[in-house]
Design a protein around this ligand. Structure first.
Ligand SMILES: Cc1cc2nc3c(=O)[nH]c(=O)nc-3n(C[C@H](O)[C@H](O)[C@H](O)COP(=O)(O)O)c2cc1C
Length: 343
């Protein structure tokens, strides 16, 4: 299991793992894959601490950081300072939404954060103004060689910043149209994510999307994402033209992760807000559910992709990578046997 992107990034297997957990980043990169730390929930100062820890534990292996700058968000064209933008967006969040989130927690016995430590209504990532300091922090770390952006083509200034530091840019897409925009903007690696994925990009399924994106942007390398949780699925991704697999849900189910996937429907929610207002309501509530997992089973927010249905047990990260490589080989041997029998 080796493609050009492995040589380009100095890794053994083209397995990319998105996670919010620094331990998993380290474990994946050490096992021969490429760990990517989701940075959206970290302030620049917190991110610096996480990346220092990763640097200390990851040896000579590379890793990446994932930021979130949506294509469209409230206040995008406002041309304001971060403080002014934050204030404007804070004022836009309806009080009823905040009360709904807090009531949901208190109704289920989840303690609310103390006044002083409540980061309620802080922006963190989610805009160019707030994600750029995260990028600047990431670029100070030599082993951090790739920055991926969810939800849009990174703005030109952000692209220049990353490329100017000699690092690569990746971006997620859910359609060939978005992929073309990424490629035209100079994105180095396109991540085509089918609707099966956790934190998905669109409605189109992976098996339909991946080859369309590959054809659209060739020769720009494409990582296949959405619904990959086995080596057979990696074989399918490579068969459909992907140079590797970007995965997320699986890493909630490894020993090194601090997450436990629990999915919960909550009927009766208010209408969804635009970005990034949603996060300004849900962020503190999600933080509280992570802090008090035992009290939170009924209201836990743990996004996960459709692949969750095939997870049967919690494993070590290294064991997952090893299993995926073996399953990949089994799948390719199976195909070889099919082809040989047909001659
Ligand atoms: C719990 C969770 C949180 C995620 N958060 C982000 C995020 O903040 N930014 C992002 O680019 N992708 C995010 N994703 C998507 C992953 O990066 C990855 O592309 C996706 O999970 C791949 O599909 P899979 O879940 O089927 O493996 C998230 C996925 C999960 C499961």
């Amino acid at each position: 299991m080796h493609t050009q992107i492995c040589d380009d990034l100095g890794i053994e297997f083209p397995i990319f793992a998105f996670t919010h957990c620094r331990d998993v980043v380290v474990a994946v990169s050490k096992a021969g894959g490429f760990g990517v730390l989701g940075a959206v929930g970290f302030s620049p100062e917190q991110l610096e601490i996480e990346l220092n820890w990763i640097d200390e534990h990851i040896g000579d292996h590379p890793y990446g950081v994932d930021i979130v700058i949506p294509n469209k968000y409230e206040g995008m064209d406002a041309n304001m300072s971060t403080e002014e933008l934050t204030k404007m967006l804070q004022d836009m969040v309806p009080k009823g939404h905040l009360e709904f989130a807090r009531k949901l927690l208190t109704d289920h016995g989840v303690p609310l954060p103390d006044e002083g430590e409540d980061n309620s209504l802080q922006l963190l990532g989610w805009t160019e103004a707030t994600a750029t300091p995260q990028v600047e922090v990431a670029l100070r770390h030599e082993k951090m060689t790739l920055i991926a952006n969810a939800l849009g083509t990174p703005p030109p200034e952000v692209m220049d910043l990353i490329h100017g530091a000699g690092r690569k840019v990746a971006a997620l897409c859910g359609s060939p149209y978005q992929a073309r925009k990424h490629a035209d903007a100079g994105v180095d690696i396109i991540i085509a994510q089918g609707g099966e994925g956790g934190g998905h990009c669109g409605e189109v399924g992976s098996i339909v999307l991946w080859p369309q994106v590959v054809a659209e942007v060739a020769p720009v390398p494409v990582l296949a994402a959405g619904g990959i949780g086995s080596g057979q699925q990696i074989a399918a991704a490579l068969a459909l033209g992907g140079q590797g697999a970007r995965t997320g849900s699986q890493w909630l189910m490894v020993e090194e992760s601090d997450n436990t996937p629990v999915q919960q429907q909550t009927p009766g929610n208010p209408e969804p807000l635009g970005m990034p207002l949603q996060y300004m309501v849900s962020g503190p509530a999600v933080a509280a559910t992570h802090r008090y997992p035992d009290q939170t089973v009924d209201v836990a927010f743990n996004p996960v992709g459709q692949v969750v249905g095939q997870f049967k047990k919690v494993e070590k990260t290294g064991a997952v990578i090893q299993r995926w490589v073996e399953e990949y080989l089994e799948a390719t041997e199976h195909l070889n046997a099919v082809n040989a029998a047909a001659v």
